[in-house]
Design a protein around this ligand. Structure first.
Ligand SMILES: *[C@@H]1O[C@H](CO)[C@@H](O)[C@H](O)[C@H]1NC(C)=O
Ligand SMILES: *[C@@H]1O[C@H](CO)[C@@H](O)[C@H](O)[C@H]1NC(C)=O
Ligand SMILES: *[C@@H]1O[C@H](CO)[C@@H](O)[C@H](O)[C@H]1NC(C)=O
Length: 390
């Protein structure tokens, strides 16, 4: 092999310069012609089949089109057995459509910007790397190159699509920065409704209150967003628009499961200081503590499970709280309020007692509701527990 290679190269470059016969390090002599025909059989060339070409789906003439290649030529790199190959890659859209050419890893050709029916580009490959390369110069003058391992050509209709615009909504001006906040929109996208020139658009509407404030978003007709219920600092909602109606729509599902939809022709946002709710505190009760008896006569009284529920439309709340004490085994406890009122559970001679007390913040008193006829429910200021042998 080495012998016949030597012969070929010697033959190719002629005999007058026998020093350049080294296959790896041969240098080009100025008189050496570079030709693309009659190359030695061992010339390494890139193959068009190293690229994967997209194929059209015969059942979907509007889908991606077939990618073809043609015009492969290889030019020997002088003094070597390597070559530079070039060929054309081409895609044709059907009439009324334009085509894009895309390579793997989001590679694009510059021609995609022009909505052309046909795209043909040249790619180049050096047999020393065996990589097909697309290269072009962008409009801003910067070079763009991309390796080409696979090529697909999606096509799309040239007919302009009908789409809603974010600007058809009126965004309220901020007249009073104390109470109004700016409404912004972002993330506008439009998606073609298949087989039509219509689109469905979506975008986000957003408002931000300053710290310590909550925000509420309102639409033209007194419509509100569900998020207004949450007393949150920031609200972002999505609205949708079908170009066949050109109406922006806010739609959601309420807590009770019912759908809620509002058209949005104008939007405004208002902020207000976050309300501090008035609540009852467990610390307004004095809880008894265990004594030094052995076993104790008085045991610790504890509280837990405080909840406060806003009284609708007010800053007041109804709170509930559990008060509890435990006897040791073989003993029962009695719970006593304010030094005299007895828990009704005392009648049961049980080891552990837990009662619930309730407080309306407008009154501020914790009440133990006994629900016994003829007996006033005691207001609980102190709670003590006595432990006695069974
Ligand atoms: C695209 O290629 C097809 C097929 O060669 C040809 O009929 C058509 O005129 C070309 N379109 C344009 C805009 O060059
Ligand atoms: C509201 O948005 C602002 C600005 O992005 C941010 O600083 C703040 O933390 C957000 N507040 C909440 C409660 O997410
Ligand atoms: C009383 O509470 C203690 C501690 O939680 C528990 O071990 C005991 O079983 C309870 N007694 C009864 C009768 O529920």
């Amino acid at each position: 092999m080495a012998r016949s290679l030597l012969f070929l190269i010697t033959f190719y470059f002629g005999f007058e310069n026998p020093k350049i016969v080294d296959a790896c390090f041969a240098t080009q002599s100025p008189s050496t012609p570079v030709v693309t025909t009659e190359v030695p059989p061992e010339l390494r060339t890139c193959s068009a089949s190293e690229i994967t070409y997209g194929v059209a789906d015969p059942n979907n003439p509007e889908g991606p089109v077939s990618v073809t290649n043609f015009g492969l030529t290889s030019t020997q790199i002088a003094g070597t057995l390597d070559s530079i190959s070039t060929m054309k890659i081409s895609c044709m859209a059907i009439d009324g459509y334009y085509v894009n050419m895309e390579f793997q890893d989001n590679g694009q050709v510059k021609e995609n910007l022009e909505n052309l029916q046909n795209i043909t580009v040249e790619v180049t490959c050096d047999s020393r790397t065996m990589e097909w390369i697309y290269s072009s110069v962008l409009d801003d003058g910067s070079p763009y190159t991309h390796t080409v391992e696979s090529v697909v050509c999606p096509q799309a209709s040239l007919t302009p699509l009908n789409a809603c615009s974010p600007t058809t909504i009126m965004y309220a001006a901020v007249e009073n920065p104390q109470t109004n906040v700016e409404v912004t929109n972002f993330g506008f996208t439009s998606t073609q409704i298949p087989d039509t020139t219509e689109t469905i658009s979506t975008m986000k509407l957003s408002c931000m209150a300053i710290d310590g404030y909550d925000v509420k978003m309102y639409f033209n007709d007194g419509g509100q967003v569900k998020e207004n219920l949450d007393n949150v600092q920031n609200i972002t909602v999505e609205v949708t628009c079908d170009s066949r109606t050109m109406e922006w729509i806010y739609s959601t599902v309420l807590e009770n499961g019912s759908p809620y939809t509002r058209t949005v022709s104008s939007v405004n946002c208002q902020q207000a200081p976050l309300i501090t709710l008035n609540t009852c505190s467990p610390t307004t009760i004095t809880y008894g503590e265990g004594d030094n008896e052995n076993p104790q006569l008085y045991v610790d009284v504890t509280n837990f499970g405080l909840t406060s529920t806003q009284i609708p439309g007010t800053t007041e709340t109804i709170s509930t709280l559990k008060i509890s004490c435990m006897g040791i085994d073989g003993y029962f406890v009695n719970m006593e309020f304010n030094g005299n009122a007895q828990a009704k559970e005392n009648l049961d001679n049980i080891q552990n007692i837990t009662v619930e007390v309730t407080c309306d913040s407008r009154v501020g008193d914790w009440i133990y509701m006994m629900n016994l006829p003829g007996i006033d429910d005691p207001t609980v200021e102190t709670a003590d527990c006595l432990q006695l042998p069974l």
